[in-house]
Write a protein that binds this ligand. Structure first.
Ligand code: E4P
Length: 216
């Protein structure tokens, strides 16, 4: 399973890229809004310069022509850009057109296996089920992800599944167990994935013993 970073913060992206573990980035309007005052296209271009992999940038128009206009503008900025489009009738109509133009898409705000199936049929490159937000409703986000993985495997659909709205490392583990193609994780969760108390303890003990070696 590949790991993407779910952020629009270039400092976080720079740090995570240096760790060597992320292969893409996803953003959304809320994440862009947190980078107050900065121009959307400038942020996206800077992110593309940092991560040599897919960078999802969201179209906010709700009509087909508007989505297509935004998508073509964004796609022209950098070959790594993937257009994020919510799963609506107009959204999927735009996905169909963009797919025929060779522009990659990430169908977002997916909360059910049938929405994911529709996105795949329209030719989406990626589909993003929002695991954490599904959990918030009292339904199990992992069950929805499992159904999507089953359906996509049953019909050998080429659309890749990005487990999104990840809230904690357990979500990442569940996504990997279910063989999601990608998990997109917030910086905070990524850092937590490195941590284990026995690793810290082990380092302390090795260093203490190494002191004895040095001192003879
Ligand atoms: C996915 O691509 C979205 O940007 C993101 O995962 C949404 O997560 P949230 O539910 O924490 O806002």
């Amino acid at each position: 399973m590949e790991i993407y970073l779910d952020t629009a913060n270039v400092d976080e992206i720079r740090e995570a890229v240096d760790w060597g573990v992320i292969s893409g980035v996803t953003t959304n309007p809320t994440l862009i809004a947190k980078e107050s005052g900065r121009d959307f296209h400038e942020i996206i271009k800077e992110i593309c310069g940092l991560v040599q992999g897919p960078v999802s940038a969201e179209a906010v128009s709700l009509d087909v022509e508007g989505i297509l206009r935004e998508a073509r503008e964004l796609a022209a900025l950098n070959p790594h850009i993937v257009i994020k489009i919510p799963v609506t009738e107009n959204g999927l109509a735009a996905v169909k057109v963009l797919s025929s133009e060779g522009i990659r898409t990430n169908v977002t705000l997916v909360f059910s296996p049938l929405q994911a199936l529709l996105a795949a049929r329209a030719g989406a490159t990626y589909v993003s089920p929002f695991i954490g937000r599904i959990d918030d409703t009292g339904q199990d986000g992992s069950d929805v992800l499992a159904d999507i993985m089953d359906i996509f495997r049953n019909y050998q659909l080429e659309t890749k599944v990005i487990a999104a709205s990840i809230r904690h490392p357990r979500h990442v583990l569940e996504a990997a167990r279910l063989r999601a193609d990608i998990a997109t994780v917030p910086f905070k969760v990524l850092k937590t994935m490195f941590r284990h108390p026995l690793t810290d303890h082990g380092i302390e003990r090795f260093l203490a013993d190494w002191e004895k070696v040095i001192k003879g």
